[in-house]
Structures are given as C-alpha cells and as structure tokens.
Design a protein around this ligand. Structure first.
Ligand SMILES: Cc1cc2nc3c(=O)[nH]c(=O)nc-3n(C[C@H](O)[C@H](O)[C@H](O)COP(=O)(O)OP(=O)(O)OC[C@H]3O[C@@H](n4cnc5c(N)ncnc54)[C@H](O)[C@@H]3O)c2cc1C
Length: 439
C-alpha cells in the first residue's frame, strides 16, 4: 500500500562539473519555492521529460497554473549532461524485443521532430546540427556488433550506408576506426544550452522553480510538495525526476540505474583543429557497449564519453572520477596522439535508466499522481515526446502516437540488489571483453 507521505532518501547531488554547463554564461539567480505556491499541476524534475510535460500541460490548459520544480539548475542534470545525440532512430543490434523496438523507433522520430520544431520556433541557441551520426568499430572483434546495427536498421526500414577506414579518417583525422555505419536524420546539440532554452521558453502560465528539491511529497488530501524554503500545493503531480523517483519510494525495481561519464575539452586551437578531420564536426556512437561516444563540436571541442558503472548509490566519488578522467585522456590519446594533453572544461557522470524489456514508465500511479521516465535507447527524444503525450493523456486528448506509447509494455520487474548489481557488472565485463580496444 502507498504511504501518504514520502521523503526521498537521496536527492540529486551537485556532483562533478558538467562541462557543457560550465561553458555557458552563468544563469540568472534561481527562482526558488518560498512560502506557499499554489498550482493546478506540479511537475517534479526539469529534464527532457519534465520540461515537455510542463510545456504541453500549460498549452492545453491556458487558464491553469503549472509549476515545474527542479532540485538543481535546468541544464545541470542528466538532460544537460549527456552526449547531445538527439536520435530519430536507433539500432543496437540484437533487438530481442523487436516489436517494442519498432514502436519506440516511431517515438524517437516524433521526439526528434518535436525538439527540432521547438528549437527553431524559439530560436534556441544550442548549436543544433543535422549532421546525423556514424556507428563505429575500431577492431575486428566489434565488426559483428556493427553488422548488428546495420541489420537492426534494415529490420526497422531505416536507410544507412557503409563508411570505410579512409572515409572515417577523412572525417575524424584518425585511423583509429576500421568501419562505420552512417545514418542521417538525427541531430547533435549542446544539451545544457538546449535544456536552458526550452525551460526559458515555457508558456506564460508555467513557472519554473530551481534549487528547490522536493524533500517530502505529502499526499494527505491533495498534494503538498515540501521544499526547503516553502511548499507547493497542487491538484495533480507528475513525477519526472527520473531515477530519483525510486528515492521517493515510487517505481522501485523497474529501472536499472547505470552511470556513464563524459569529458569535454577546451576549444581546440586552429592548429589542433587540423588534427580532427575536415568536416568541422562529427558524432560517433560505438557499436560495442564498451566503446566511446565521441564528438567534435561545432565550437571546436572534443567530447569523449565512456565507462559504465552500476549507479544505485547515485554518487560519483573522487576515486571513480579520477579513473574516468584517466580513461578519457587515454581514449583521446589513442585517437589523436597530438591532443593527449588538451585540457578539459569538465569531466562528469550522469545516470541513464534501462529497463529489462524496453518497457515504459508512463501514466497514472494513483489518482492525480502521474509518472514519466525515459529509459533505454534515445531517451532524450523519447522523453520529449513522452512528456508531450503524457500531458495530452492527462487532458483526455487521444492520438495514434499516444496509442503507440500506451501499447508498449510497462517496464517489467527487476531483481533486487545484490542480484541486479551482480548481473549488471557481469554484462559490463562481458562488453569489455567483447570489445577491449573500442574504448
Ligand atoms: C554521459 C551521458 C551521455 C548520454 N548521452 C545521451 C545521448 O547522447 N542521447 C540521449 O538521448 N541520451 C543520452 N543520455 C541519457 C539521457 O541524458 C537521459 O536518459 C535523460 O536525460 C533522462 O531525462 P529525464 O528527463 O528522464 O531525467 P533528468 O534529465 O535526470 O531530469 C530529472 C530531473 O529531476 C530532478 N530531481 C530529482 N529529484 C528531485 C527532487 N526530489 N526534487 C526536484 N527535482 C528533482 C533532477 O535534478 C533532474 O534535473 C546520456 C546520459 C549520460 C549520463
């Protein structure tokens, strides 16, 4: 049974510096929750899901008051600390749950189109680029995984083309990669800038509160969201706080929390840019899970993402961050020996959610309490469209796409720790053994 009042065991930690965020101008002071704030709808968490659900609720209910409440600053959390791939389609080989993958793929495409439209409409300066992406293999042992990506695209009916070693060298300036699968249609962005822009362009009846962690959710007769300096009284609440929903006691044993890590370099000098290919930008996704996501950004920085870590603890201790920084430095040196010592604007971790069955967290938990979480592949675009669809669902607006979302299986139950921890660590080691040189 539900208890009537919940206090989170853990809140988002400030954590290590998010390099994307660090390179933006400082934001104006946060509007925090003070005194009593009354709302028709309160959305907890201002990531891709929360921003989208708040926006659409405010559009559909112009006379209602929507409150979006964030523990930290918009753009600082996971939606602003990822690799910035806005994926319209994604293939990860095997696709054990193909029917779910096919449906999810429709949502990814709709989410990409939705974000593209919002970025254009509000002229959000986030270096949005329709460069697409290349899935890459560095060693022969990863060729099977790359073939799996191509086969998955074939099954989904998504166009792709081969990229050979010479072409990859032309694009990246490095002979590290032996082959690739290129697909168009997805975008690359500066994610912290995009999130800040999206939150800054919310409709007038939606108000963003930041630096206001919800430290208690009281459900005794209506909803009271208790923050350190004040309280939100809301008629309906949406949990869009991702893996932190379980810290409030909801959605436990549905999502595997897996951390990954990224570093962003300083802007390369003109001479250094001569070492990183001819296109002025690229975005590479690893075919093997042990590999690295790598970007050259439009403003001349390298983003390096790799290393996976089971993240139930939701904290990134200094020893772990030292190991990750070292991994990133070595990964850059292996690709571009001349850039081995380029300084980093930041190295950080963030948590991704995975389900066992490519399932969803979407819909009502109890009267007036809703939840939405984007997990598995392409969570940024799936989260954006999921937020829009959840708001429409809450307001009784049906659509074919909503039916697609509702027809997906719910995220299935996972074993508790230590079993889950053991299984996840075993999978991480398996991926490392299958692609030892991919990182
Ligand atoms: C290194 C890395 C690279 C990645 N690369 C990509 C990529 O290229 N493309 C892609 O699609 N995905 C990528 N991801 C995954 C993607 O970023 C996340 O899956 C996605 O951002 C989740 O969005 P969300 O809205 O569900 O959650 P979040 O963005 O985590 O938003 C939830 C918000 O809730 C807030 N919150 C939590 N608890 C409370 C509370 N009690 N009170 C108030 N607020 C609270 C948090 O501060 C947070 O801002 C990557 C992730 C990482 C870590």
């Amino acid at each position: 049974m539900f208890s009537r009042s919940r206090k989170p065991r853990k809140l988002p930690d400030d954590g290590p510096r998010n390099g994307w965020y660090e390179t933006l101008p400082p934001p104006p002071p946060a509007r925090i929750v003070e005194g009593v704030v009354k709302a028709d709808f309160a959305v907890i968490g201002a990531g891709t899901c929360g921003c989208a659900v708040a926006r659409r609720l405010a559009e559909l209910r112009p006379d209602d008051r929507v409150v979006l409440v964030e523990a930290t600053r918009v753009g600082y959390g996971t939606s602003g600390r990822n690799a910035g791939f806005m994926l319209d389609h994604h293939s990860h080989g095997g696709m054990k749950h193909f029917e779910a993958a096919r449906k999810n793929d429709r949502l990814f495409a709709a989410g990409t189109a939705y974000l593209r439209e919002l970025v254009q409409q509000h002229q959000i300066q986030c270096n949005w680029s329709d460069w697409g992406r290349i899935y890459v293999a560095a060693e022969a042992s990863a060729e099977d995984a790359l073939q799996g990506v191509a086969d998955g695209f074939d099954r989904l009916g998504v166009a792709w083309r081969d990229v050979d070693r010479d072409a990859l060298e032309e694009i990246t300036g490095s002979r590290f990669y032996r082959s690739g699968v290129r697909a168009d249609g997805s975008a690359l962005v500066q994610p912290a800038a995009m999130m800040r822009g999206l939150a800054g362009a919310l409709p007038i009846n939606a108000t963003l509160y930041e630096e206001s962690p919800v430290v208690e959710l009281d459900m005794r007769g209506g909803f009271r969201l208790v923050c350190p300096e004040g309280t939100i009284e809301a008629k309906q609440v949406v949990l869009a706080n991702h893996v932190f929903a379980e810290e409030l006691g909801f959605l436990k044993h549905r999502i595997v929390p897996l951390a990954s890590f990224a570093s962003l370099t300083r802007t390369l000098s003109e001479a250094e840019k001569g070492q990183v290919g001819t296109e002025g930008e690229f975005g590479l996704l690893p075919a093997n899970a042990n590999g690295s996501t790598v970007r050259l950004t439009l403003d001349g920085r390298i983003l390096m993402r790799n290393t996976l870590h089971y993240a139930r603890g939701k904290r990134f201790p200094p020893e772990l961050m030292a190991e990750v920084t070292d991994n990133h430095r070595q990964s850059i040196a292996r690709r571009w020996p001349g850039l081995a010592d380029v300084g980093f604007a930041g190295t950080w971790g963030g948590i991704l959610g995975f389900t066992r069955n490519e399932g969803t967290v979407f819909g009502a938990i109890r009267p007036g309490l809703w939840a939405l979480m984007s997990a598995d592949a392409a969570p940024m675009t799936k989260g954006a469209i999921g937020g829009k669809l959840l708001a429409e669902h809450m307001c009784g607006i049906d659509s074919e796409l909503l039916q697609v979302m509702l027809s997906l299986p719910k995220a299935s139950l996972l074993p508790p720790d230590p079993v889950l921890r053991f299984v996840v660590n075993r999978e991480i080691r398996k991926a490392a053994a299958a692609g030892p040189g991919e990182r």
